[in-house]
Design a protein around this ligand. Structure first.
Ligand SMILES: NC(=O)c1ccc[n+]([C@@H]2O[C@H](COP(=O)([O-])OP(=O)(O)OC[C@H]3O[C@@H](n4cnc5c(N)ncnc54)[C@H](O)[C@@H]3O)[C@@H](O)[C@H]2O)c1
Length: 325
């Protein structure tokens, strides 16, 4: 993906300078305001808009407030909006930039592991509206700067949340699997490899008509688990549980070695067991009509680095769910 930069916040001035924006506005939240906004403004100047922290603020009302502030500031299409934060801020910044005056310049500085390897990559933006991410756009930013130092302030549970997606990439790509086995810590190289992998998959299928779907590995089950837990189980942990289920499905259908996934999740300190009954999860999966119109569609691993999408029989799914409960 063009405009994907790995390094440190120190790269910001030159990255911004290249775009020659008329003005720069940083969109961030109250947590990042305390931790990293000062440094960013020292480097690029500009003005800041600070929203409250939390997924519940990823909604239209917040976008409306920000649109109002941008109009008052005289923000134009030649201005640059920089989203500094986790996936909530980067999704919102993308949504706001893609809609304001039909699209302004946009830069993202993701500051959670999840946003660095997933949310800020691939041009999906959105807000929650009667359901998660119901309103949104596809809009590629002018740059995404992955500044490794920002992860230094990330709480352990947020690191764990991102590791769920890292484990997913390790199953999807042999090189990442190899790196993860050698270094069970989050190095800049590992973040880079994951982000580049997602960017490449997305480039081949921007609108999610085909290949991009492999990124849903583990997510059929994860979404059901998140819902059943009333979102008390965090996404990354649900993805870990879902990966284990997908691994078992792969084991039954193609002789995939599910032990490899279990080992990896254990090394990351991620859960390998889910707390629900197989029947409940299957029911919830079938309700997820938005995704698969009630069918049990899985990304199934045949081997590390080799997966495909298929509809799986209920018996196989139930067996995998029972074995991972
Ligand atoms: N657009 C996409 O393709 C895509 C993909 C995956 C997820 N998402 C979205 O991403 C969101 C989840 O993102 P998230 O997990 O980053 O959550 P988040 O943005 O809520 O961040 C998690 C918490 O960490 C804090 N934080 C962020 N950076 C920090 C830092 N460097 N130091 C200390 N604290 C920090 C945040 O303030 C927040 O409290 C969801 O809304 C999800 O829908 C989007």
């Amino acid at each position: 993906m063009e405009g994907l930069i790995f390094g440190s916040l120190e790269e910001l001035p030159s990255v911004v300078e290249k775009l020659r924006p008329h003005r720069v506005v940083i969109l961030t939240n109250t947590t990042l305001e305390r931790l990293w906004l000062g440094k960013v403004m020292e480097l690029v100047g500009g003005e800041a808009i600070v929203i409250p922290d939390g997924e519940e603020h990823k909604r239209l009302e917040t976008a409306v407030n920000v649109w109002n502030m941008l109009v008052d500031m005289g923000f134009t299409r030649r201005s640059l909006l920089v989203g500094l934060g986790g996936g909530v801020v980067t999704d919102l910044a993308g949504f706001i930039a893609s809609t304001y005056m039909r699209g302004t310049m946009l830069g993202l500085v993701p500051t959670t592991l999840l946003a660095q390897v997933d949310a800020a990559i691939g041009g999906k933006t959105g807000v929650n509206f009667r359901g998660k991410n119901m309103i949104g756009t596809f809009y590629l930013p002018d740059f995404v700067l992955i500044a490794h130092e920002t992860l230094s302030t990330l709480p352990g549970e947020e690191v764990l949340n991102g590791l769920g997606e890292v484990a997913k990439y390790a199953v999807l790509k042999g090189k990442i699997y190899g790196m993860v086995r050698k270094f069970p810590g989050m190095t800049p190289e590992l973040v880079r490899e994951c982000a580049l992998f997602k960017a490449k998959v997305v480039e081949e299928d921007f609108m999610e008509a085909g290949k991009r779907r492999i990124l849903n590995l583990g997510h059929t089950t994860a979404h059901a688990i998140e819902k059943l837990s009333d979102y008390r189980i965090k996404h990354g942990l649900a993805v870990a549980m879902g990966l284990m289920v997908a691994a078992k499905v792969g084991e039954h259908l193609y002789g995939f070695d599910a032990g490899k996934v279990e080992e990896l999740l254990n090394a990351f300190g991620l859960p390998t067991r889910h707390p629900f009954e197989a029947g409940e999860i299957v029911r919830e999966m079938r309700l997820d009509k938005k995704a698969w119109r009630g069918r049990l569609v899985f990304v199934v691993p045949e081997d590390i680095g080799k997966v495909h999408v298929e509809e799986v029989g209920e018996e196989v799914v139930k067996r995998a769910l029972e074995e991972t409960a």
